[in-house]
Design a protein around this ligand. Structure first.
Ligand code: ACO
Length: 330
């Protein structure tokens, strides 16, 4: 069974309710047909009921069995407005503004997840990452003890000896532009969890990446990564983690042993934490293109409840896969 098949199988066992706010989007509707047929999750589409049904018919998607929720007609619309005003009053939220925002499917869907009407959310086929994340960050927020969200990619590199037989987790490739050392440490922990839960990697080994290995260069950027590794070791002593490492020292045993002798993680890393969003985003795209790797994600890490963002170039299959991953995390 491939990794994605395993993830779908886990999702079937859990059979969670996932809200898809982009209810009249073609690929989303076609994915919903598959989710229902393959019993991967129970989908809720957000939108005006007749408009959703008409679009489904137009694109030839049989969405029988999906729930459709029109925010303005939902029994809990007013309740959500009141709750949202309460949650955001320190930020100047008024009833009028909340009434408008609760008509926005992305805000409404995040409220559904927050208040238990759905177990997770998937959006982004027609919305930017920022627009998907902002309501989720305001409403669902981060998990206890986590200050920043990160976006991980599962990288499957064909015919590779590195990582866990070519499977690796890269983070943060999608969310936090310039993380602090503390936040990088959180990304390390969250990425190890992703490796365990989604990739079935029994022993995640985390490398904190830099342009230096164990003090080979000195710069404040290097210090931040080294400090992050120390914070993670102190907070999660059971986590096999080390750094700072250059990428080759993290991945290649011989190089790791020569550049970082004595490190249990050097040369064996299957989880790579990049020092900032520029390097993480560039890094995963380079591996995806140059090594012909499959890049699955971004998987949002550190949220209190699972929300995942799609690429606007996503395929129907991508939507199905991201829903399955969201369900597994729920
Ligand atoms: N982690 C946790 N919470 C956060 C984070 C974070 N990284 N960033 C912002 N927040 C919280 C804020 O505390 C705030 O909460 P509050 O309103 O309750 O106080 C809320 O989110 C909104 O914060 P803003 O500062 O208003 O939001 P901002 O406009 O900065 O957007 C966002 C945050 C969307 C994460 C932004 O940093 C962003 O766009 N990041 C990059 C996304 C991106 O373009 N990725 C690359 C493309 S994806 C790809 O290629 C796969």
């Amino acid at each position: 069974m491939t990794l994605l098949e395993q993830i779908k199988e886990k999702a079937r066992e859990k059979f969670k309710t996932i809200v898809l706010p982009e209810g009249t989007e073609e690929r989303t509707l076609q994915a919903v047909e598959i989710l229902i047929r393959e019993k991967i999750a129970h989908p809720i589409l957000i939108g005006e009921v007749e408009a959703v049904k008409a679009k489904a018919k137009e694109v030839g998607a049989d969405i029988t069995g999906a729930e459709i929720v029109d925010p303005i007609k939902a029994d809990y619309y007013n309740d959500f407005v009141e709750k949202f005003v309460e949650m955001r009053k320190a930020k100047g939220m008024t009833t009028e503004k909340a009434q408008q925002l609760m008509l926005d499917p992305l805000y409404f869907a995040s409220m559904m997840v927050k208040f238990g009407k759905a177990d997770g959310e998937v959006a982004g086929a027609i919305n930017t990452t920022g627009n998907v994340l902002r309501p989720a960050l305001q409403i669902i927020k981060t998990a206890p003890g986590i200050s920043a969200v990160s976006g991980a990619f599962i990288m499957i590199v064909p015919n590779s000896e590195y990582g866990d037989k070519g499977i690796m987790v890269f983070a943060d490739c999608a969310v936090t532009p310039n993380p602090t050392a503390e936040q990088l440490a959180e990304f390390a922990f969250a990425s190890a969890e992703t490796a365990r839960e989604l990739c079935g990697i029994k022993e995640p080994v985390v490398g904190m990446l830099s342009f230096s290995t164990k003090g080979s260069a000195s710069h404040e950027m290097v210090d931040k990564v080294a400090q992050a590794a120390e914070i993670a070791k102190t907070r999660w002593p059971e986590l096999p983690i080390d750094g700072e490492f250059q990428a080759d020292a993290a991945l290649v045993l011989k190089v790791g042993q020569s550049k970082a002798p004595g490190s249990a993680a050097a040369g064996k890393c299957n989880v790579l934490v990049f020092p900032d969003l520029q390097s993480g985003n560039i890094g995963y795209k380079l591996v995806q293109r140059l090594a012909n790797a499959e890049a699955i994600g971004p998987i949002l890490q550190g949220m209190d409840k699972p929300v995942n963002d799609l690429s606007r170039g996503c395929s129907v299959e991508d939507v199905v896969n991201v829903v399955a991953m969201t369900a597994v995390r729920a």
